[in-house]
Design a protein around this ligand. Structure first.
Ligand code: HEC
Length: 286
């Protein structure tokens, strides 16, 4: 008795599956999902030929240092890097002494507590400190940014699809005016006068609360021997730097991957040769 019931229950479930599959397909064809401004106008990041792309990719240390300089002089006003310590900067070529100077001279001091009164206070940073945020907490950060939260940038290139390309495209992708076609098709998405939003087709919902941070050539003064500090170059450099903050061990990962690949190739060859060797006698007999 149990068997036919189990069979019928199974049949019922299979039937429902087929039914909902067919219904879903019909709805998909007859009622296509509504078009949204993001679906029509959102752009995929532009591809950049990074030095760290590909299986043999490596960071360009001079570029990382320039990127750090852009972060320090432009982005640090709003964005923290809470997973990066000052002393980590030694890994992109700064000496111990330079790191010490960078930490003590950092414009934003490290939060602490006054040991006598217990009141919140700040002190000069030391190399072991994490790079401090300009804001005490998210509420303060929002208060200073028209209620938008500038995210911590330590992992941003990992948190977004095609991270390095994305950050570069976002920084260089601002468009002064929304396309007329967009406003016509989606009047709700219009950026009204007096709004603090900016049109940027690379941002997920097209209207970003961050004003274009890199706006003029030579906004940051690069040192001797560096390429010209164009907007494009600065955007690339800071994106490369943020790739390093998100994955400082990228080079080791790539080198290990290559070594493992070569090992596996050699091992496959060895396995094939021993297979041939073991079976050669038997084959001859047959
Ligand atoms: C004046 C403050 C300010 C400065 C300076 C600034 N940002 Fe922002 N940034 C913001 C705010 C606010 C947001 C949140 C935007 C939103 O949610 O609409 C943001 C968001 C971002 C995002 C996240 C976008 C996303 O996909 O969520 C990235 C990446 C970013 N900023 C990079 C930078 C870089 C790189 C610099 C320096 C070159 C910089 N920002 C300088 C305020 C700032």
């Amino acid at each position: 008795m149990v068997r036919p019931i189990a069979f019928l229950v199974g049949l019922f479930f299979a039937g429902m599956l087929v039914y909902s599959g067919i219904r879903g397909a019909i709805v998909l064809v007859t009622e296509p999902t509504a078009k949204t401004a993001e679906k029509v106008f959102h752009k995929h990041p532009r591809h950049v030929d990074w030095s760290f792309n590909g299986p043999l990719g490596k960071f360009d240390q001079a570029q990382l240092q320039r990127g750090f300089q852009v972060y320090k002089e432009v982005c640090a006003a709003c964005h923290g890097l809470k997973l990066v310590s000052f002393r980590d900067l030694q890994n992109i070529g700064y000496t111990e002494g330079q790191v010490k100077t960078i930490a003590t001279e950092w414009a934003i001091e490290t939060p602490t507590v006054n040991p006598e009164t217990g009141e919140p206070a700040t002190r000069k940073s030391i190399p072991a400190d994490k790079i401090p945020s300009n804001f005490a907490n998210d509420t303060a950060a929002r208060a200073a940014n028209n209620n938008a939260l500038p995210p911590d940038l330590s992992l941003i290139t990992k948190a977004r699809h095609n991270g390095p390309d994305y950050v570069y495209s976002l920084l260089t992708g601002y468009v002064a005016k929304q396309p007329a076609e967009l406003v016509k098709q989606f009047p709700d998405s219009e950026i009204k006068k007096g709004s603090t939003l900016h049109y940027n087709p690379y941002f997920a919902n097209l209207n970003i609360a961050m004003a274009p941070p890199i706006i003029a050539n030579d906004q940051v003064t690069y040192g001797e021997g560096a390429p010209k500090a164009t907007v494009d170059q600065m955007a690339k450099d800071v994106s490369a730097f943020l790739t390093w903050t998100a994955e400082p061990k990228l080079e080791v990962r790539k080198q290990t991957g290559l070594a493992v690949f070569i090992f596996l190739l050699a091992f496959t060859w060895l396995a094939w040769m021993s297979y041939q060797n073991i079976w050669s006698e038997k084959k001859k007999k047959a």
